[in-house]
Design a protein. Structure first.
Length: 472
C-alpha cells in the first residue's frame, strides 16, 4: 500500500506559491531531455518546513493521479544503498526481496518501476557522494517512463548536485506576518481575548524566530497554557537572533525545567556520544533527583513540567537494547560455563568400561559449538552485518569497520569449542574400542571457559556500563 499523508493545509502558512511551483514541475514533461527521470531538490535550513511542504505536494490529487507508482523514503544519515533499495521496495509492498544481494535487490527495484511513471521522495538526504548515488539512479533511469520524478529534501546544495538535480527549489523563511499567524494558532487556540493582551510581546518573540516555522510552532505550543505576560517576556528576553537556533530552542526548554529535572538531563548529557546505559541504574539515578518531591508522584510534576516517562521513552531503544544484550550474552556465557563444567566431570569419569560418558562429552561439546555460533550470529545481527552471496561465493558485509562487534576472545572461544569437540570425538572413539585415550591432559575446556567469560568483559569504549554512582 502506498504511503499517504493527512496534512491540514489550513494550518500551513506562506507555502501555497511554493507548493504550486513544485507541483507544476512534477506534472511537466520535458520531451527534449533524454533522461526519462528527473531529480528536483528542495533545499533550505533545518526547521524551515521542507518535509511538510513535500507532504503537501505528495498528497495533492493532481500528483496522485499523474504518477503510476509512488514511494516515500526517509534517507539515513549514513548511506546504505542496499537498505535504501529495500526501503523503497517496502513502500511498494514488495514481498519478494528477502535476499541480501545488492544487485538482485536493485534488479527487482528496476522491474517494479519498468515502463511506469514513478514519483520517489528521498527525505532528509545528507550524503553528497555522487558515485554512491549513481548506481541507484542508473537503475531508476533505465526503468522509469518519461515524466518520472524524484524529489530530494536536503539542507545542502552539494547533495542536490550529487543527485544530478535539474531543478532546485530553495525554500525561504516565512515573513513575520506569516510566522505570526502560525505562532498565534498554536499559542492562543483562537482565543482572541488572550491574543489582544499578549500580541505585542508575541510579535516580538516571532520576530526573533527568524522566519523558521518549526521554532514558531514549538514556542506557540510551549506558551499555549501560559497567560502571564511576565513569563512571555522571560521567553523573549532569553531568545537570541543567532545562527545556532537549535541550541536556542534547547536552551529555552532547559530553562523551563525544574531544578531536579535539569539534574536528570545533565546526568545523561555528561556521558559521551553513543554511551550505552543500563536501564535500571539510569532510572534509579533519575529517582535520586526527585526524592525531594515525596508528596508528589514520581512520574508527573504539573502541567508545565515534563513527565519522567517521556525522558525514558526518548532513550528507550538504546536502553532496552543494551539490557537485552547483557541478558543474552551473559546467559550464553553462563550456559557455556555450566556445559564445560559437565564436560570436565564426564571426561574424568569416562573410561573403557564407561564409554557412554565420553559420548556425553561429545554431545556437550556440540552444544557448546551451537551456543557459540548463536552468540556470534546475534552480535552480527545487532550491528546489521549481512551475509552476501554471489554465485558460489559468500562473505560477511560489515556496514562500517567501526561496527565490528567481535573481539579476539570471541574468535578464541569458537576455536576452543571446535577443538574440544575434536578432542572429545577422539577420546570417545578410543574408549569405545576398549583402549585408553592417548591424550592424557587437555586444557581446552579451561581455555574455553576463560575466553567465554572474557569476551563479555572486553568492551569497546562506547560500551562501558553505567556506573552505580558518579562524583562531580
Amino acid at each position: 500500500m502506498e504511503k499517504t499523508f493527512c496534512v491540514d493545509s489550513s494550518s500551513i502558512y506562506g507555502r501555497n506559491a511554493d507548493k504550486e511551483a513544485i507541483v507544476q514541475r512534477l506534472l511537466s514533461v520535458d520531451e527534449s531531455n533524454s533522461n526519462a527521470l528527473q531529480v528536483i531538490s528542495i533545499t533550505g535550513m533545518g526547521g524551515i518546513g521542507k518535509t511538510l511542504l513535500t507532504k503537501l505536494v505528495y498528497g495533492d490529487c493532481r500528483v496522485q493521479e499523474w504518477f503510476d507508482v509512488k514511494a516515500w523514503v526517509c534517507a539515513a544519515a549514513k548511506f546504505d544503498l542496499l537498505k535504501l533499495a529495500k526501503d523503497i521496495l517496502d513502500e511498494l509492498n514488495s514481498n519478494a526481496k528477502r535476499t541480501c544481494d545488492q544487485h538482485l535487490v536493485l534488479d527487482e527495484l528496476k522491474e517494479k518501476f519498468m515502463g511506469k511513471r514513478l514519483f520517489l521522495v528521498l527525505d532528509d538526504v545528507w550524503n553528497d557522494n555522487e558515485a554512491e548515488w549513481k548506481l541507484l539512479l542508473v537503475h531508476l533511469q533505465a526503468a522509469g517512463a518519461q515524466g518520472s520524478k524524484i524529489i530530494v529534501t536536503t539542507r545542502s546544495e552539494s547533495v542536490a548536485s550529487a543527485l544530478g538535480a535539474v531543478q532546485s527549489h530553495v525554500l525561504s523563511e516565512l515573513s513575520d506576518d506569516e510566522c505570526w499567524r502560525l505562532f498565534a494558532k498554536h499559542a492562543f487556540n483562537d482565543d482572541n481575548e488572550n491574543q489582544r493582551g499578549l500580541e505585542m510581546i508575541g510579535r516580538e518573540i516571532v520576530r526573533k524566530c527568524g522566519g523558521l516555522p518549526l521554532i514558531a510552532k514549538m514556542l506557540g505550543d510551549v506558551l499555549c497554557c501560559e497567560n502571564n505576560v511576565e513569563e512571555w517576556q522571560k521567553i523573549s528576553d532569553n531568545m537570541e537572533l543567532c545562527s545556532n537556533y537549535i541550541f536556542m530552542i534547547l536552551k529555552l526548554t532547559h530553562i523551563d525545567l525544574l531544578f531536579h529535572l535539569k539534574q536528570c538531563l545533565a546526568y545523561g548529557i555528561k556521558s559521551p556520544k553513543d554511551y550505552a546505559f543500563v536501564k535500571e541504574k539510569l532510572v534509579l539515578s533519575w529517582i535520586e533527583g526527585v526524592r525531594s518531591q515525596e508528596n508528589k508522584r514520581f512520574d508527573y510534576f504539573g502541567s508545565r513540567d515534563i513527565i519522567i516517562q517521556d525522558l525514558a521513552i526518548s532513550v528507550q531503544c538504546p536502553i532496552l537494547g543494551r539490557e537485552n544484550e547483557v541478558v543474552f550474552e551473559w546467559g550464553a556465557a553462563l550456559t557455556n560455563i555450566i556445559l564445560e563444567t559437565l564436560l570436565l566431570i564426564f571426561d574424568q569419569i569416562a573410561s573403557p568400561r564407561k564409554p557412554h560418558y565420553a559420548l556425553m562429552c561429545v554431545v556437550v561439546s556440540l552444544a557448546a559449538i551451537f551456543i557459540c555460533i548463536t552468540e556470534l550470529v546475534y552480535k552480527g545481527q545487532k550491528q546489521k552485518i549481512t551475509l552476501m552471496r554471489r554465485g558460489m561465493r559468500c562473505w560477511l558485509h560489515f556496514p562500517s569497520s567501526d561496527n565490528n562487534p567481535y573481539t579476539i576472545m570471541d574468535v578464541l572461544s569458537f576455536v576452543s569449542a571446535i577443538s574440544q569437540f575434536i578432542y572429545s570425538s577422539i577420546g570417545y572413539s578410543y574408549l569405545r574400542r576398549g583402549s585408553q585415550n592417548p591424550i592424557k591432559v587437555c586444557f581446552v575446556p579451561v581455555i574455553f571457559i576463560i575466553c567465554t567469560a572474557s569476551s563479555n568483559l572486553v568492551r569497546k569504549p562506547n560500551e562501558t556500563r553505567l556506573p552505580i554512582s558518579r562524583e562531580d
